[in-house]
Design a protein around this ligand. Structure first.
Ligand code: CU
Length: 146
């Protein structure tokens, strides 16, 4: 490699590493709440853009009083329940799908009902100290495929 290219590569790589988001959030959605403000679940896809594992440790949004990371699982009685989880892990270069029936982000005590077609901002906090903002689209009661 000619010397000038070596120097360029060294200069560009650390810069890219520092400014590129390690996680990409895709397709964030939540169901309309039909005038109710009790709670709503947000579903999305997380993609890890580098080889280091990442963990989402919290989420926040101005639209709800409380935002928690939740998991849906069956108890001993086979009844599905939601429980808070400490974090959502994403393998290096892996992805995590937050979908109905599984892991999701719970909005508790909405400040206003979610209306179909609206969007609202959501911020995910990573263990690394990074914060990632995304926009959540409110869908009809059937979800994004309806
Ligand atoms: Cu939940």
């Amino acid at each position: 490699m000619p010397p000038v290219l070596t120097v360029l590569a060294l200069a560009v790589l650390p810069l890219f590493h520092d400014t590129g988001a390690h996680l990409t959030v895709k397709d964030a959605w939540a169901r309309e709440t039909g005038g109710r403000t009790l709670s709503a679940a947000v579903y999305l896809t997380l993609e890890n853009n580098d080889g280091e594992p990442a963990t989402v440790i919290a989420a926040r949004s101005d639209i709800a009083s409380i935002v928690q990371l939740h998991q849906t699982r069956a108890g001993d009685d086979n009844i599905m329940r939601m429980t808070p989880v400490e974090g959502i892990d994403i393998d290096g270069f892996g992805r995590a799908l937050l979908a109905p029936g599984g892991t999701h982000i719970m909005l508790i005590r909405l400040k206003k009902p979610l209306e179909k077609g609206a969007t609202f901002p959501l911020t995910l906090e990573l263990e690394s100290g990074e914060a990632i903002e995304t926009s959540v689209t409110v869908t009809g009661i059937g979800g994004p495929d309806n």
